[in-house]
Design a protein around this ligand. Structure first.
Ligand code: BGC
Length: 905
């Protein structure tokens, strides 16, 4: 049903009220027809044209755009076919959804014939708007299934050496060929002398004994009629890496490979890893995630991955025990080299020692160009820091050797970059270089999971932009198939605390849905039968069971997936396991208080009892489980968990609230902020707690925070919610210790592990994402983009920018599952302007604040008056209602772009 609009015209003192029933189509010139959805706006399982999926009922999504306000989808039709030609004739021979009356444009579940292993499917979609106009079909998009059954893998796990090869002959031309590769460790795939694909450090790190991921490559054009050679280089990666005192999963890497070839005459040929492959130790003498790579170019085997190579010095490949775990498709963006940095400068602090500064702390490695005598050994050591004398400071790397060594073959210009390691660094020390290196000797290769950016935040205060930049770099450098704590020292683990604290920020800044879908499954894989989950996933460091503030990553990530992406499936898939986790917490609680804790408000300045932090998350997890139960329609469970949450809340107050002073426990900022965040204070006492909190910030700490990683995530949102956004802003832009600005002032290019610029060894990473949790506050408070209460996937949005006196303007944009959501504002005395963008199928309210004591307020939208003389003026298409709300004015709007301007005296 389209809403009708009332048009109100006003002239001089005479008010002429004309009610006209019109459709919003009159708002803008009505296009002759709706355009097709462009292919880049189509998604299958959150990915563009995914290859090698093992989800049997994949979900489709599309972005709709329209120049008109109030546009909505009222129906859609999806066609899925095994051939492009059939699809072009509008035949959905696998699935024709028919015209489905619905306003859904995401999470549409495939409901056609069973999808088959290895098949490619083409799909397209069209939609109908409120007037019943149909769009043409979109251009076709594609998705391809992986190997769905274990018995389609005919090979065996093999290994024994870094190089593996298999020559084979094809009796004809190739119509289609796919390679499926799984490895315990890392691999590089080669065919006939060419590297296949651009992925590095593949596959993702999983709990290998339970699950190994495989990728699918289209190698149709790399094969030829006649002789071919497939080659694989293997590295140990996390399969062999000792970490946290725990040995690697395996002592050597292993490969499982399946190649399925269809010739033009229809014959099918399979090539699989087995003992008929050949192996050679090759040039990589040593490779380790922490310690780097030693590569002796004299041991290269030129031509080993091409036909005609003399492999007489090679051995038969060794059969390996491999993993008995499940083989699953790797359905998230791969790790890639995403950028190459030129050094900002170089110095020569000691004879023969050259230090390159790349100006940015990154994850990745260096690429070396060198000419020199055979056998020359060139070493590159990586560091985040330098000493005042310009030499590199590697104290904070702890046991990680973080160095790559290249031994020259002595044949003209040689280039080298490691393949099976990565480092966290800004500086590279080069030694052993034959002659004098130049600025072009080294380049830095930026390497991480290639998630695409989804958010943009810019403000008129450059410090905020610098912090945003630090968040961006710390976030991506800690995406290495799993979310890691750091990227440089002998750790780099999937610490769940770090993961949960950064997840909201990450989901706003990047397209994280596929990444977290994978990680959530990793968490489930790590769960013990009694419900326990570990501190790190996959588990190496830390404990089983997790500290509750770390274990909370499981319910929280699932919940954020629902909120940000509207992903109901992930709630359903994890519900039983989440219940088990909840039961485990219950079993550890006494009188409804969960006290066990290892880390508490980690790296805090003022102490907070660990028990309070654990108990806070116990309440939070229980409440979230109640919400999940509600979404899934398990209303009895929802009630049980809600009731339990209430009991925990009472017990929390009994255990930690001091009714005399109105503070929680030690009265630390974290203690008070956590309680306020979940609205835990007893009735009528919230104001007192808030006063205690603000006094602590202002008077005891001279407008500084004292929070660790846990408190920091909630402190600013709490201040904003309880009316002290001004104070939140002051903390966000503070430049003395402890603050983000302090890090920026001290030259940080990524966020530190500690508020202190400590230079001792042990815990002193300069690239941790934990304090990056402020990133979501940038979008929600300063940018003003929030989900409406109870909404998900940006279906209903509240734009409520917190306009700060010292900030002239902010611009925030999010690529959501429904399309672009943006809010930007600027203000000057007597005037506030807010522009918002609401995607098709979404609706929003826009809260326009006013300056204190402003009178004669007039609000215009795109030049038309919508508020005057204390009343909503309903004249504007798309602006549905308007009313006073608190200190501001709240308008509800339909989809489209709006430009509100408030003026007053
Ligand atoms: C990691 C943290 C992690 C913590 C657990 C540290 O070693 O680097 O980020 O969350 O241990 O307290």
């Amino acid at each position: 049903m389209e809403p009708t609009r009332a048009h109100c015209l006003k002239s001089h003192s005479m008010v002429l009220l004309v009610l006209v029933l019109v459709s919003p189509a009159l708002a803008a010139p009505r296009p002759p027809h709706l355009g097709p959805i462009p292919p880049q706006h189509l998604r299958c399982e959150y990915l563009k044209n995914p290859r090698g999926m093992d989800v049997l009922r994949p979900r489709f999504a599309w972005w709709l755009s329209s120049p008109r306000r109030g546009e909505s989808e009222t129906a859609y039709q999806i066609l899925v076919s095994t051939s492009r030609e059939a699809l072009a004739r509008n035949r959905g021979d696998e699935w024709d959804s028919g015209k489905v009356t619905s306003s859904q444009s995401t999470q549409i579940v495939y409901a056609g014939r069973p999808l088959e292993s290895g098949m490619t499917y083409f799909w397209k979609v069209r939609w109908w708007n409120g007037e019943g106009d149909a769009s043409p079909y979109s251009e076709p998009a594609r998705f391809e299934m992986g190997l769905l059954h274990r018995d389609e893998w005919h090979g065996e796990w093999i290994g024994g050496a870094n190089l593996l090869r298999k020559p084979f002959a094809l009796p004809g031309m190739v119509r289609r060929a796919r390679v499926y590769v799984a490895a315990l460790g890392y691999y590089q795939l080669r065919l006939n002398g060419r590297r296949i694909g651009h992925n590095v450090l593949d596959p993702a790190w999983t709990t290998y004994p339970k699950r190994v991921l495989y990728r699918t490559y289209d190698v149709t054009h790399a094969l030829r009629d006649g002789h071919n050679v497939i080659g694989v280089m293997l590295g140990g990666g996390w399969a062999t890496q000792t970490a946290g005192g725990i040995p690697g999963y395996y002592t050597a890497p292993a490969l499982l490979l399946q190649m399925n070839i269809t010739l033009t005459d229809g014959r099918e040929i399979g090539i699989a890893s087995d003992a008929s492959w050949q192996m050679h130790s090759g040039p990589i003498l040593r490779d380790s995630v922490y310690n780097g790579e030693i590569y002796d170019a004299r041991l290269e085997q030129p031509g080993w991955d091409r036909p005609g190579f003399d492999a007489s010095g090679w051995q038969p490949a060794r059969r390996m025990a491999g993993s008995a775990g499940k083989l699953s498709a790797e359905m998230m963006p791969p790790i890639r080299v995403v950028d190459t940095l030129v050094p900002r400068g170089m110095s020569n602090p000691r004879p023969g020692v050259y230090v390159y500064d790349f100006g940015q702390n990154i994850s990745g490695w260096a690429r070396l160009r060198v000419r020199g005598p055979r056998g020359t050994r060139v070493e590159m050591r990586y560091a985040e820091l330098v000493y005042p004398d310009g030499t590199i400071d590697r104290e904070n790397l702890r046991g990680a050797k973080a160095r790559d060594v290249y031994i020259l073959k002595g044949q003209g210009l040689e280039t080298f970059q490691p393949q099976f390691t990565y480092h966290g660094f800004q500086y590279v020390e080069l030694t052993g270089y034959p002659g004098t290196p130049g600025l072009d000797t080294l380049r830095a290769r930026v390497v991480h999971t290639a998630v695409s950016p989804a958010g943009n935040f810019v403000a008129s205060n450059p410090l905020l932009n610098q912090i945003q930049r630090l968040i961006h770099w710390s976030q991506v450098s800690n995406l290495m198939s799993i979310p890691t704590d750091c990227d440089q020292r002998n750790e780099r683990q999937g610490w769940m605390g770090d993961a949960q604290l950064s997840a909201e920020e990450a989901m706003m800044n990047f397209n994280m849905a596929a990444f977290y879908t994978n990680f959530i499954r990793d968490i489930r894989d790590a769960q013990k039968p009694n419900g326990e989950i570990p501190d790190t996933v996959p588990h190496k460091y830390g404990s089983y069971p997790a500290d509750p503030a770390w274990g909370t990553a499981y319910p929280l990530l699932c919940w954020y997936m629902w909120q940000q992406y509207g992903d109901r499936r992930i709630l359903r898939q994890n519900y039983a396991a989440l219940q088990k986790y909840e039961s485990y917490l219950e079993s550890r609680a006494a009188n409804n208080v969960l006290r066990y804790s290892y880390y508490g408000d980690w790296v805090a300045i003022a102490p907070t009892p660990g028990a309070l932090v654990s108990d806070f998350y116990y309440e939070y997890d229980t409440r979230i489980l109640a919400s999940i139960a509600r979404v899934l329609g398990h209303s009895a469970d929802a009630e049980t968990y809600s009731r339990l949450a209430g009991e925990i809340r009472t017990a929390f107050n009994g255990a930690f609230f001091n009714p005399k002073t109105g503070q929680y426990a030690t009265g630390s900022q974290t203690a008070d902020a956590l309680a306020l965040f979940l609205h835990l204070p007893p009735k009528g006492r919230g104001g007192q707690v808030m006063a205690h909190l603000t006094n602590d910030i202002l008077y005891r700490h001279n407008t500084h925070l004292t929070t660790g990683i846990i408190g920091t995530k909630y402190l600013l949102p709490v201040l904003t919610e309880y009316g002290r956004n001004d104070l939140a802003y002051e903390l966000a832009t503070q430049t003395t210790y402890p603050s983000w600005g302090y890090m920026v002032r001290r030259g940080a290019t990524t966020l530190w592990e500690l508020w202190q610029d400590k230079t001792g060894p042990s815990m002193n990473s300069h690239d941790h994402i934990m304090f990056g949790s402020i990133g979501s506050w940038f979008y929600t408070a300063l940018g003003g983009i929030r989900l409406a209460p109870g909404s998900q996937g940006y279906r209903r949005i509240v734009f409520q920018p917190q306009i700060v006196e010292n900030l002239r303007w902010v611009s925030a944009t999010l690529d959501t599952v429904r399309g672009v959501v943006s809010c930007s504002w600027k203000h000057e005395p007597g005037r506030i302007e807010i522009r918002v963008e609401v995607p098709v199928n979404a609706g929003a309210s826009v809260v326009v604040p006013q300056e204190e004591q402003m009178t004669r307020v007039v609000i215009r939208e795109s030049g038309r008056v919508v508020w005057e003389d204390g009343h909503f003026v309903p004249s504007d298409p798309g602006v549905l209602t308007g009313k006073r709300e608190g200190d501001g004015y709240e308008f509800t709007v339909a989809s489209g772009s709006y430009d509100f301007q408030l003026t007053g005296e």
